[in-house]
Design a protein around this ligand. Structure first.
Ligand code: HEC
Length: 161
């Protein structure tokens, strides 16, 4: 009898201890979550505020590379090229800044004009640079552009800035 009682008492004590400990952990766990979310919210708001208005004000469009002042070139670029090209970065086609120099270096200036007017012709002629470009851009063909060399010069004056 005595030992049975003792065992029961020990069991009860254990149960109470476990209950106490687990509720303590639950309380600690819950309060840590709340503290965490609150802190997160505070920093989130702070960074949002910092980013929001400072960036809007200090990051105006003038951060983009300067483009040239050539109204005819700008008009032609926007009407015929801007669907696929951004002057300073890749889009469907490559960035166009420096393109004339790349052609002079890797092929010829003559082919630069030819490629813009009819890229397929230059690709079919076996020009290595034209084929490299064509393959790099997932064989997207640039459509032919009905432009004179002077128009192309105007467009690139606008692009090069
Ligand atoms: C329908 C999309 C599209 C349009 C519109 C377009 N291009 Fe392209 N362009 C490309 C693609 C794609 C390439 C990559 C070569 C290829 O795949 O044939 C390219 C390549 C070029 C290149 C060679 C770039 C280099 O790094 O050597 C030049 C130069 C070029 N385009 C100029 C122009 C100009 C100028 C216009 C407007 C008059 C124009 N493109 C309009 C899609 C286009």
């Amino acid at each position: 009898m005595n030992t049975e009682k003792e065992i029961m008492r020990k069991r009860n004590r254990k149960a109470v201890l476990i209950l106490l400990l687990s509720s303590l952990f639950t309380i600690m766990f819950l309060s840590s979550i709340q503290a965490g979310t609150f802190d997160d919210l505070k920093t989130l708001n702070a960074t949002n505020e910092e980013n929001c208005c400072d960036e809007v004000n200090s990051n105006p469009i003038t951060e983009q590379p300067k483009l040239g002042n050539n109204p005819n070139g700008e008009k032609l670029f926007k009407a015929n090229c801007s669907a696929c090209h951004i002057p300073w970065t890749e889009a469907t086609g490559p960035a166009l800044k420096g393109a004339r120099d790349r052609w002079i270096e890797n092929s010829s200036e003559e082919n630069f004009y030819k490629f813009i007017k009819n890229s397929q012709k230059v690709i079919d002629s076996g020009d290595p640079y034209a084929n490299k470009l064509y393959n790099k851009y997932q064989k997207t063909r640039m459509n032919s552009q009905n432009l004179s060399n002077e128009d192309i010069d105007d467009i690139f004056e606008y692009i090069e800035g």
